[in-house]
Design a protein around this ligand. Structure first.
Ligand code: FES
Length: 131
């Protein structure tokens, strides 16, 4: 096992995101972001291996909710948006696993889930990267 395989990627999940379609959604229901976090946390452990899942409040992508960010020390950070807790949990975890396995956190474009390719909001280099 290489060092990059051991490095942990962090998946930040915004728990305050609201569903894009709110018609019929009761104010008593958990927010879509909280449901996304719960859905990720209930996935089998092998889908989350090497990934720390952390709930946070607002990643400043509220208009394209739900939102997550994938990052690790010395690697690129990705912000992913327009996620539906009922549809995109496996795509998010697949992308996080690709990020975790790549030394620089740069999953190959063709290997990324299609929905993630189309809904990547931003990517940010690590501070330690050469310029
Ligand atoms: S509330 Fe989720 S990004 Fe702002």
């Amino acid at each position: 096992m290489t060092a990059s395989e051991l490095a942990e990627t962090t998946l930040f999940v915004c728990v305050t995101c609201r569903a894009q379609v709110t018609e019929g959604v009761s104010p008593d229901q958990p927010r879509a972001g909280a449901r996304l976090l719960a859905a990720i946390e209930t996935m089998p452990a092998e889908h989350r291996a090497g990934i720390a899942v952390v709930g946070v409040e607002c990643l400043s992508n509220c208009n394209r909710a739900c939102t997550v960010a994938v990052t690790a020390p010395g690697k690129w950070t990705y912000v992913l948006g327009a996620l539906d807790p009922d549809l995109h949990v496996q795509d998010v975890l697949a992308f996080a696993q690709l990020h975790q396995r790549h030394d620089a956190g740069l999953p190959a474009w063709r290997e990324r889930p299609e929905y993630i390719r189309k809904n990547t909001v931003a990517r940010v280099p690590a501070l330690s990267m050469p310029r």
